[in-house]
Ligand binder design. Structure first.
Ligand SMILES: NC(=O)C1=CN([C@@H]2O[C@H](COP(=O)(O)OP(=O)(O)OC[C@H]3O[C@@H](n4cnc5c(N)ncnc54)[C@H](O)[C@@H]3O)[C@@H](O)[C@H]2O)[C@@H](O)CC1
Ligand SMILES: [K+]
Length: 237
């Protein structure tokens, strides 16, 4: 099973349509996106494989997806911790933080230290609005993510990759290849450089939106919020 990619411009327009025409709020979309991310974590890394999940959040909505996913992971019995070096300004992120504080999910100050005890890293740093050379404090975080042996699951795109053109030719991110990627709504063009396990999440598209953007959404099995691309609902290639 495969799916057509969507450019970052169309992905942003589709998001806007879901809210302005579709009647969704950002909170709802982020909740469903983050729920998908948590299910992908559970699928590739069940609690029996290690419960310490380090969720690295960036300043935008990709980071918001990470905050939501961390809440669900805590409810599933994992021990998530959050590294959030550049917090976003939206009130929504503050509410997500409160929800995590109330579950005693720690916000950790030192990425290098936190990585030492992590069983899996969720890369929720940048999604489809990433562009240009990496600005501080992210270059050193990306360098550590590309050289660690801890498995990484990236949300919507491997952070530091150009959404269209894929990994940078040199510098931080040039060798970054997460083990798992969950594309939200639809894969982005950079997915053609990705070689790991690939899931789709964000189960909120309607027939008219699929038609407008020329997308063909694979069938999600049962009540799942994720579908693995490359494998069909019955597990066949
Ligand atoms: N329909 C969907 O697919 C949905 C998508 N959501 C998520 O929203 C993401 C897009 O969110 P946003 O548009 O807020 O953007 P992102 O979260 O992709 O990133 C934007 C932030 O990154 C910073 N940034 C961009 N380039 C940078 C660079 N070179 N160095 C340092 N900082 C940089 C920007 O200043 C901004 O703060 C998607 O990828 C997805 O994860 C969900 O939250 C909601 C539903
Ligand atoms: K990401």
């Amino acid at each position: 099973m495969s799916m057509k990619a969507i450019s970052s411009k169309d992905a942003a327009a589709l998001d806007k349509d879901l809210m302005e025409i579709g009647g969704f709020s950002l909170d709802q979309l982020m909740e469903l996106a983050g729920l998908s991310v948590s299910q992908a974590v559970y699928r590739v890394h069940p609690p029996s494989a290690g419960k310490n999940i380090l969720v690295v959040c960036g300043p935008g909505n990709n980071g918001g997806d990470g905050l939501v996913a961390a809440r669900h992971l805590a409810q599933y019995g994992y021990y998530p911790s959050i590294y959030y070096p550049k917090e976003g300004k939206k009130e929504l992120y503050q509410r997500l933080k409160t929800q995590l504080h109330n579950l005693s999910v720690p916000f950790v100050p030192d990425f290098t230290e936190a990585l030492k005890s992590a069983d899996l890293v969720v890369d929720a740093i940048f999604g489809f609005s990433f562009g240009g050379p990496l600005r501080e404090p992210f270059p050193s975080i990306i360098l550590q993510m590309e050289s660690t042996s801890v498995p990484i699951l990236s949300v919507d795109a491997p952070s530091s990759w150009d959404i269209q053109a894929g990994p940078p030719k040199e510098g931080p991110g040039a060798k970054f290849m997460p083990q798992t990627l969950i594309s939200l709504t639809a894969p982005k063009p950079c997915v053609k450089y990705f070689t790991g396990r690939h899931f789709l999440g964000g189960r909120f598209l309607t027939k008219s939106i699929l038609e407008k953007y020329g997308l063909d959404c694979p069938q999600y099995p049962g009540v799942d919020q994720i579908v693995e691309l490359g494998v069909d609902a019955e597990g066949r290639l």
